[in-house]
Design a protein around this ligand. Sequence first.
Ligand SMILES: NC(=O)c1ccc[n+]([C@@H]2O[C@H](COP(=O)([O-])OP(=O)(O)OC[C@H]3O[C@@H](n4cnc5c(N)ncnc54)[C@H](OP(=O)(O)O)[C@@H]3O)[C@@H](O)[C@H]2O)c1
Length: 128
Amino acid sequence: MADILKYTFLKLNGGVFCPEDVILVSGGSKGIGKSITAKLLEEGATVVATGRDKRTLEEFAKTVNNERLFVCDIDISKTDEMDDKLSTVEEEIGRPIVALINNAGIYGKTQFPNCTEEDAMRVFSTNA
Ligand SMILES: NC(=O)c1ccc[n+]([C@@H]2O[C@H](COP(=O)([O-])OP(=O)(O)OC[C@H]3O[C@@H](n4cnc5c(N)ncnc54)[C@H](OP(=O)(O)O)[C@@H]3O)[C@@H](O)[C@H]2O)c1
């Protein structure tokens, strides 16, 4: 993990990305993640943008229309499904994912200590 962070940090601070740099941006089709995806594509990287909403991801890919952008519907709270989905997208790209921008996250509907256990677990399983 430390190597991946160092690699991404160095590349973002003046390094030049190339298409072999396959970077996964979780929550990469909305909000801050969407901007990160756009910037990485502009800098020359290949990007895998993920999220739960397949339709939003597909519309995003259509709008961006960049052959270095791949989308994949992954729910990061469902760790048991992740390996299969990541293997499939890596096969599609033909290269391994070398870095992760762990952007996806949610806020609870209510603040601690007034939150329900269900809401707290939903936030924890997504953000942790
Ligand atoms: N905006 C702010 O002011 C602010 C401030 C501090 C920290 N942050 C943090 O910065 C990050 C991005 O914020 P944002 O404002 O850009 O959020 P956002 O617009 O709500 O976008 C969140 C992204 O995460 C994805 N996502 C949520 N739950 C997911 C899950 N279980 N599995 C996979 N993808 C999931 C969403 O896609 P789907 O809905 O399709 O799954 C969406 O693409 C978050 O971690 C947030 O906590 C934001």
